[in-house]
Design a binder for this molecule. Structure first.
Ligand SMILES: Nc1nc2c(ncn2[C@@H]2O[C@H](COP(=O)(O)OP(=O)(O)O)[C@@H](O)[C@H]2O)c(=O)[nH]1
Ligand SMILES: [Mg+2]
Ligand SMILES: [Zn+2]
Length: 293
């Protein structure tokens, strides 16, 4: 008899597999044993043994996987920002969104700490990113406004958080997880680093309903080295929509004649700030490509 389940945690060669019959503590069979072969988030088949123990026999094909943190089969990324403290850096945000798009993962932008700001102050940024095609949620963990909108989005999904430090990611994870406390804000005076530096990755089940959240933020390094200049336009949803309509099929939407991205920019349907950041990221990529040749 086999059981199917999802790996929620890996710790010293034990795999914690959530099945409909309960949480099984498993070992891995044969070649699956080698380190890094099985990831948190993997869907697996196990042979159950007594007392909720078992053996992992097989990994199902993955929908996607991340290396940082090492986790498979994600459904979405919540990009955590703060209205203030720290202020929003749109260039960093666009670079982060590009990385998430490159993994083919949907993202939702969440602007936390709205208790320190007002919807009027956020109007510009909300219209830019909604216009680009992203869902934007305004919220505060202090006043709890907007929190239920975010929780609705998590339902039935496996979610990873991303975004700059200090925006409230750990606080949010704490708030949705009963009896579980991640370190927030405080940094060790001795080492200057967070105290929990060697933690394992874990999927935390949501308090209500199905779905899990990864307990460690992803996309912490803004690496774009694996993205090519031809690929970049596909990673801006508002540019992607126009692909195939420019005069030249290889158009990079800089200054080529017959460019419909430039036309939409002139019409005001593409945000100048997003476009500037597109050009700047493109420049960074092209610089790397020139050095590589
Ligand atoms: N004013 C305000 N502060 C918040 C809010 N959410 C979190 N914080 C604070 O922001 C700081 C950083 O939070 P933390 O969860 O550690 O951020 P992380 O680095 O993204 O994990 C902590 O001092 C939190 O108490 C909020 O909605 N409003
Ligand atoms: Mg944190
Ligand atoms: Zn073009």
């Amino acid at each position: 008899m086999f059981l199917e389940g999802k790996v929620h945690k890996i710790k010293s060669n034990f795999y914690y597999v959530q099945t409909r019959e309960g949480l099984y503590t498993c070992k891995a069979r044969g070649k699956l044993k080698s380190k890094g072969r099985i990831l948190v988030g993997d869907l697996v088949t196990i042979t159950p043994d007594r007392n909720l123990t078992g053996v992992i026999e097989e990994i199902k094909p993955r929908k996607n996987e991340l290396t940082r943190p090492p986790v498979a089969n994600l459904d979405q990324v919540i990009v955590f920002l703060a209205a203030r403290q720290p202020d929003i850096n749109c260039y960093m945000l666009d670079k982060l969104l590009v990385q998430i798009e490159a993994k083919n993962l949907p993202s939702v932008i969440c602007i936390n700490k709205m208790d320190l700001s007002s919807p009027q102050e956020m109007e510009d940024i909300v219209s830019v990113y909604c216009g680009a095609g992203y869902k934007v949620i305004l919220m505060s963990l202090v006043t709890k406004e907007g929190l239920s909108d975010l929780i609705d989005i998590l339902h039935d999904k496996t979610t990873v958080l991303a975004g700059p430090s200090g925006t409230g990611k750990s606080s949010f994870i704490n708030s949705i997880r009963q009896g579980y406390s991640l370190q927030t804000g405080a940094v060790s005076k001795k080492t200057g680093r967070g105290r929990h530096t060697t933690r394992h990755v874990e999927l935390l089940p949501l308090k209500e309903g199905k779905g899990e959240i990864v307990d460690t933020p992803g996309f912490s390094r803004l690496e774009i080295s694996h993205i090519s200049s031809q690929e970049l336009p596909w990673l801006f949803p508002e540019i992607k929509r126009l692909m195939g309509q420019c005069k030249f099929s290889s158009c990079l939407h800089k200054a080529e004649p017959g460019c419909c991205v430039k036309e939409e920019l002139a019409r005001g349907s593409i945000s100048p700030r997003r476009y500037e950041n597109y050009l700047q990221i493109l420049e960074e990529i092209q610089e790397k490509e020139r050095n590589f040749i």
